[in-house]
Design a protein around this ligand. Structure first.
Ligand code: ZN
Length: 425
């Protein structure tokens, strides 16, 4: 039955690894002299590609997993208003913001509900598509992981979730005993990426997967603090985690002999010089990093309330089902043409059923304080339509060509394994 679901090409497809370094900018990757990253860059095909909007990790990783923008997957922002449940959802803009939203519920939303409830059922993840075709998928630490296998939590009180067959999530869910130490023991020191390296080594040594999604979040964490293109130490630690996979395969040649590889990030980052707590009179604003959403009825009036607001670059809404972009009182879709894939990304974000009626992209250098008033002033942030926030490095080794968008990764892997691309790709 499994053989029928896959074309003959599947039999010769190499196993594949997606290495995703959160927040890595193209310029930082292109200039790196970290040895494993440099080796990979010189071994493959490279381009700059585009993220989704808002260019924020939960939205981006949902796009990677489902092959669509927010209109397909339903994850609208780091913080949003859940109309069905009449409450805020906060995925951890900052720890203080999680507390402001209610710590227990915030953790549950971030770890469990994002996948089990918020990610639209109509969107199929690449884990679901590949496992339905008889392939084995594995994922380490990626926050959008929905799959077919039920995993119990190692932490009392957290419910089971459904992930890839081999699933490792910050020492909270672990499908296999690998001997890796607890992921959270020293975040600033890179313990999460080190955990990924140890688990990845275990998986490679056992030849345990067809596709491994190897997610390294510590770079983004450091880059938020230090600013874009400055987190060199964190990149060296990411390099070490990737080197653990290479060593486990028996060396560089053996690694590329055995695996087709994609290396990319989910979004970029830009420097933050000013912060504002964005408000719109009497309306609910959900803001974090460099994007905001406003919930209310009179869309044009909501957008117009930001005409004089220097932190707002563009406000967007749908009117009679058509996209409108507004800046300083002017309405012109050409305002979006200064951004990579601007019109398509803005429209897809607005067509997300969980999005606010108005979406806001921050002006250069500005950040919107989160629920708890926290920001990354003096450091780096992302979320806007701008090229700095939206462009990502995209490297492929063993594929035809690197895709132009993170939304094309799912289809790339399905094609690689000879699995029909059913929907949302
Ligand atoms: Zn970030």
């Amino acid at each position: 039955m499994r053989a029928c679901a896959r074309s003959p090409a599947t039999e010769v497809a190499k196993q594949a690894i997606l290495i995703l370094i959160d927040g890595l900018t193209p310029s930082m990757f292109e200039a790196t002299d970290a040895p494993t990253l440099r080796f990979l860059l010189e071994s493959g095909d490279y381009r700059r590609a585009v993220s989704t909007f808002p260019s924020l990790t939960p939205v981006c990783l949902a796009s990677v997993a489902t092959g669509g923008h927010g209109d397909v997957h339903g994850i609208p922002h780091l913080v949003w208003w859940n109309r069905d449940e009449q409450r805020l959802v906060e995925y951890g803009s900052s720890f203080a913001a999680l507390i402001a939203a209610g710590l227990g519920r915030g953790i549950r939303d971030t770890i469990v509900n994002l996948n089990e409830r918020h990610l639209l059922r109509s969107a199929e993840t690449m884990y679901e598509a590949l496992e339905d075709a008889g392939l084995t998928t594995a994922a380490i630490n990626i926050t959008t992981y929905r799959g077919r296998t039920r995993h119990s939590s190692l932490v009392p009180g957290l419910p089971p979730v459904h992930g890839p067959k081999h699933f490792f999530f910050y020492s909270v869910y672990e499908s296999d005993r690998t001997g890796a130490p607890v992921a959270w023991r020293n975040r600033a020191g890179g313990s999460i990426d080190a955990y990924a390296g140890q688990v990845g080594r275990w998986l490679v040594t056992r030849d345990a997967f067809d596709l491994l999604v190897f997610y390294l979040p510590d770079y983004d964490y450091a880059s938020h603090a230090l600013g874009p293109n400055a987190a060199h130490d964190a990149l060296v630690r990411a390099d070490a985690a990737i080197a653990a996979l290479v060593e486990a395969a028996g060396g560089r040649d053996e690694f590329l002999e055995r695996y087709a590889v994609v290396l990319c990030s989910d979004h970029g980052q830009s420097r933050i010089e000013r912060v504002v707590k964005l408000r719109s009179d009497g309306m609910l604003v959900t803001a974090s990093n460099r994007a905001a959403m406003v919930y209310g009825d009179d869309r044009r009036a909501l957008a117009a309330s930001f005409d004089e607001e220097p932190s707002v670059d563009v406000a967007m809404f749908l009117e009679d089902d058509a996209l409108v972009a507004r800046r300083g009182g002017d309405e012109d879709l050409a305002l979006l043409d200064g951004f990579p894939d601007g019109r398509a990304r803005a429209e897809a974000a607005l067509r997300n059923p969980n999005a606010g009626e108005v979406l806001v992209s921050a002006a250069r250098g500005w950040e919107f304080a989160d629920l708890a008033g926290r920001s990354h002033l003096g450091g780096g942030s992302h979320g806007s339509l701008s090229a700095e926030d939206s462009e990502v490095p995209m490297l492929t080794i063993g594929f035809d060509a690197p895709p132009a968008s993170i939304t094309e990764l799912k289809a790339l892997f399905l094609r690689h394994f000879g699995v029909a691309v059913a929907r949302a790709a």
